[in-house]
Ligand binder design. Structure first.
Ligand SMILES: Cc1ncc(COP(=O)(O)O)c(C=O)c1O
Length: 400
């Protein structure tokens, strides 16, 4: 029987792309405009530096060790991940400072968390995790205790953040006393260190108006501040408050309450984020992630491209067409799994021809990246650029 190819081995067709023009990229493909991405990288790094906050970008967005390393070279202290297997994939590809900004409750997974904490410590790195229950802390403590072997000194302390629900209505305990109880439980455990508060307001990120976002984060800041004061009054220092995303990070920063930013999408900037009214306190980010697609059918009323929702996620809206010079403005409509329907943006507008390339800006970058094994990095623009590097999506499908 033939062995199926390892999805992590770069296919020869991709390996041979480096140095070739964009025309050589087969479609549909996920393409990074490297120039735009590097400007986003530098703008975010400069923001964090200038405002004296730590940056720990969320790598759930790109799932790629190479991009995590770029972020760390630009000043990030490490990266966040959301899943145990994401942490394992990035660690296996050389990222050594990881924070699982999420709850893990399954004992078998917690054994893996403890093993990873030990491995990263041995490599001079670091692992942290979030909790929101006494049961979760007990299980985590037990996994860390199990993970010592005879000739071992004690395991390194695992940094544990208490997650507070500051308005998203997802994980986290309510601000206030409940967080004090968890912080004390962490501090009472050998092997665990209370590292501070996880406070991420997911719902505020895509509120369109600046005032709505400002209001949400002002409210959240008060709740976090109150929680922090209660924990400190109970005799425990709160070393760090971590959170924030691409929609609001300037607000968390200005509050003085957060010491670490977890924004992720800024690097690629999807269509949904571009629909937010821009807050002048934040740097402006450019679209850097595109789906290259090709027109495979063209009629009198519309054209059809070869990218459907197996190429891009549609949970936050359909892709937006990036018109290149010489191309008329177009809208994208859902054509199903493998097709996209293109219409002129204005009556009488021109349609692309058979074989033409159409560049799409995905509605939501995180789940779009998770549909692809490789990101093709182009230098010199989408119209005339050259493929500079092909980047592996190391944690593609790492959902456990
Ligand atoms: C816990 C957490 N932190 C940070 C982020 C990063 O947000 P964004 O990609 O919107 O910048 C997310 C995204 O969902 C998240 O879930």
């Amino acid at each position: 029987m033939k062995t199926p190819p390892d999805p992590h081995t770069m296919p020869a067709t991709l390996a041979g792309l480096t140095g070739q023009g964009v025309d050589a990229i087969d479609t549909p493909a996920l393409v990074i405009d490297l120039d735009a991405m590097e400007r986003n990288l530098a703008r975010m790094a400069a923001f964090a530096r200038t405002h004296g906050v730590r940056l720990r970008p969320h790598a759930k967005m790109h799932k790629s060790a190479a991009l995590a390393q770029l972020q760390m070279q630009a000043g990030a202290v490490g990266v966040c991940v959301q899943k145990t297997s994401e942490a394992e994939s990035l660690a296996a590809a050389g990222v050594t400072d990881l924070y699982i900004s999420n709850e893990v409750i399954d004992p078998a997974k917690l054994q893996r968390v403890a093993a990873l904490a030990r491995q990263l410590h041995a490599e001079g790195g670091h692992l942290a995790i979030a909790v929101d229950s006494l049961e979760g802390i007990a299980r985590l403590g037990a996994a860390m205790a199990d993970n010592t072997s005879g000739d071992d000194e004690a395991l390194p302390l695992l940094d544990v953040f208490v997650e507070v629900d500051i308005g998203q209505g997802r994980c986290g305990v309510p601000p206030g006393e409940a967080a004090v109880v968890l912080a004390q439980a962490i501090a009472a455990h050998d092997g665990l260190r209370f590292a501070g508060l996880q406070a991420y307001h997911g719902r505020a990120q895509h509120q369109r108006g600046v005032d709505e976002r400002r209001h949400a984060i002002a409210h959240a800041a008060q709740a976090v501040q109150r929680t922090r004061a209660l924990i400190e009054a109970a005799g425990l220092p709160v070393p760090l408050v971590t959170g924030a995303g691409t929609g609001t990070f300037a607000l968390e920063t200005a509050s003085g309450v957060w010491g670490e930013l977890q924004a992720g999408s800024y690097l690629f900037m999807d269509a949904d984020y571009a629909a937010n009214v821009h807050d002048p306190a934040q740097p402006a980010f450019e679209h850097a992630l595109f789906i290259k697609s090709q027109v495979i059918s063209a009629g009198a009323t519309h054209a059809v491209c070869d990218a459907g929702h197996k190429s891009h996620a549609i949970d936050s809206g359909l892709p937006v067409v990036q018109a290149l010079p010489g191309q008329g403005a177009m809208t994208f409509a859902n054509g199903g799994d493998e097709h996209g329907l293109l219409h002129p943006a204005e009556a009488g507008g021109e349609l692309p021809k058979l074989g033409d390339t159409v560049w799409l800006i995905p509605g939501h970058c995180d789940p779009t990246v998770n549909l692809h094994d490789w990101l093709i990095g182009v230098r010199g623009g989408l119209a005339q650029g050259t493929v500079e590097r092909v980047i592996r999506v190391d944690a593609r499908g790492a959902l456990t």
